[in-house]
Design a protein around this ligand. Structure first.
Ligand SMILES: [Zn+2]
Length: 218
């Protein structure tokens, strides 16, 4: 497979309609992120991962980011691929399948009451020899990747020293000590609800963006 540059990935995301940008039309809504912040752009991976061949390509692209060439010993590769249920469904399987030795993979549901991710049902599948890779469709603040990692780190399990995502904010290199490896950078700006230029302009703010995706377009 031809290796894609970051620019080519971004062009592909745009071509499939996975990227929404605020175009100044105040009759259309703008998204409220999980953090409560309002954004002038959004990356919706569901538009991409619905295509099986594209999903495989995204998985291979992320593995390529982790190992950009040369021989790697088996011990260099993760043995478990995990991510949040809302953001990594499909993607964990695609990355696991693209790994040369395969991997176990699953997504974790979020406990809405505590905001933490629940890993209990999978813990019997993971041992001290496992190397856990945390992935997400898009990293914005990195909070959910970190919470997914935390559920394993508190149990003294080994989490890989980087997070993988399809997109990350440009300029963001790491979340605490873990690097972010992403296929493309996006440059959306975020605003608190009390100081949001789009709200001020009359555009309604709308949450559950993936479920309401069609409402963001003419
Ligand atoms: Zn707003």
């Amino acid at each position: 497979m031809q290796r894609k540059t970051e620019k080519e990935w971004l062009e592909l995301f745009e071509r499939y309609g996975a990227i929404w940008r605020y175009g100044g039309n105040h009759t259309l809504p703008h998204p409220i992120l999980a953090s409560g912040m309002h954004a002038n752009g959004y990356f919706n991976s569901a538009v991409l991962t619905a295509h099986s061949l594209l999903l495989s390509e995204l998985g291979a692209g992320l593995v390529e980011k982790m190992y950009p060439g040369g021989f790697q010993p088996r011990e260099a590769f993760p043995t478990v691929v995990v991510g949040p249920e809302r953001g990594a469904n499909g993607l964990v399987q695609a990355v696991a399948q693209a790994l040369p030795y395969g991997a176990k993979c699953f997504t974790l549901p979020k406990d809405e009451a505590t905001g933490m991710f629940i890993s209990d049902r999978y813990l019997s599948l993971i041992g001290n020899d496992d190397r856990i890779l945390v992935i997400e469709d898009r990293i914005t603040s990195g909070a959910s990747a970190q919470k997914v990692a935390a559920t394993f780190l508190v149990r003294k399990l080994h989490v890989m020293p980087y997070y993988c995502a399809l997109t990350k904010p440009s300029g963001m290199r790491s979340v605490y000590e873990r690097k972010i490896l992403a296929l493309a950078d996006v440059d959306f700006s975020v605003h608190p609800s009390h100081d949001c230029p789009m709200c001020r302009g009359g555009s309604p703010a709308l949450g559950d963006v993936k479920d309401n995706w069609h409402l963001f377009f003419d």
